[in-house]
Design a protein around this ligand. Structure first.
Ligand code: ASP
Length: 327
């Protein structure tokens, strides 16, 4: 039987055409991009107005897209999200964490080169996404790109130059697809018994992120953390979650977390895991930082955005990290 698919077209290179200052989003993609799959699926398009370059995405966009999905998911067999690659992994993570009790696939894809350009990767990415949407056993938020399927949690944009734009450093691909061979090695996630629900996000949530670099960074970060108005902070530390034990930084983290605010320590190493390996990282932990384990930046942003939106505490954050197999 033909699948009934809802298409959320948010913008991105996949549908861009040349403007006077460079590539700009375009509605010309609508209809034609999915025409080759019309015998297998019925597609209903929702074209966002305006279509955006995904580097411009805001929490308000996320809130609005989640509101659309809340309404549409129960009416369709699956959802295809067409999105720019720059922040596709961030949006995939916010969808994965907000859409609870999902019992159908939500697949995000885009392209490195416009659908209309020669040798574009768009046709393969769309074919991979549609093949995923046709599988009755996939019930997650996933990224489809370059013949691979990735779980949203842990995925990152890896390249601006190659068709292999995404990877998932800790969890890898959850399936491989080709026109000739179909699916190979598909890993299914555990089934959920939760009812479908959407956790709303507060577009005012103020999440800040600081990346340590050698030098006077620790003092600068300390000043910012103490004086700014962040609701939650991501600290991208070295290796296993190590940071200089500069007293001002440790005190700033303590002052921040003692207000009940969340500070998540994640590693800046793509396949890094924040864990209590070195004494060097322990001061941060004692000052109230939560160790993010395998959490990457995209997942950290989604987790803290949701935590602030629901006014959650450290216990909630740790339980989420645990459920997502990050710690
Ligand atoms: N700047 C574009 C975007 O993220 C890049 C892309 O789609 O590949 O919208």
């Amino acid at each position: 039987m033909k699948k009934h698919i809802f298409v959320l077209y948010t913008g991105g290179t996949i549908g861009m055409s040349a403007g006077s200052k460079g590539l700009v989003p375009d509605t010309a993609l609508v209809g034609k991009a999915l025409a080759p799959f019309a015998a297998r699926c019925d597609f209903d398009w929702h074209v966002c107005n305006p279509l955006i370059d995904s580097s411009a995405v805001t929490l308000l966009n996320w809130r609005n897209w989640l509101a659309i999905l809340k309404d549409k998911i129960p009416q369709y067999d699956g959802v295809l999200v067409l999105h720019g690659t720059d922040t596709l992994a961030y949006t995939a993570n916010i969808f994965a964490l907000s859409l609870k009790g999902l019992n159908k696939p939500v697949v995000l894809t885009g392209a490195q080169w416009p659908f209309n350009s020669e040798n574009s990767d768009a046709p393969l990415n769309l074919a991979t996404a549609v093949a995923a949407l046709e599988r009755p056993d996939l019930k997650d938020v996933m990224l489809a790109f370059n013949g691979k399927l990735f779980p949203a949690v842990g995925s990152s944009k890896l390249s601006t130059e190659s068709a292999a734009a995404f990877d998932n450093a800790h969890f890898g691909a959850s399936g491989m697809w080709s026109e000739e061979g179909g699916w190979e090695k598909v890993c299914l996630s555990e089934k959920t018994v939760e009812p479908f629900a959407v956790q709303e996000i507060n577009p005012e949530a103020n999440i800040e992120c600081y990346t340590l670099i050698p030098g006077i960074m620790a003092d600068t970060i300390a000043r910012n953390i103490v004086h700014d108005t962040a609701d939650a902070v991501i600290l991208q530390t070295y290796g296993h979650g190590n940071a200089p034990d500069t007293p001002s930084l440790i005190e700033a983290v303590r002052t921040f977390t003692e207000q009940g605010k969340l500070l998540l320590n994640i590693s800046q190493v793509p396949q890094g895991c924040v864990a209590a390996v070195y004494a060097q990282g322990s001061a941060l932990c004692e000052a109230g930082a939560v160790s993010g384990g395998k959490c990457n930046l995209e997942t950290a942003v989604a987790l803290l955005t949701l935590a602030v939106s629901r006014q959650a505490d450290v216990t909630w954050l740790k339980s989420q990290l645990h459920c997502l197999h990050l710690i």
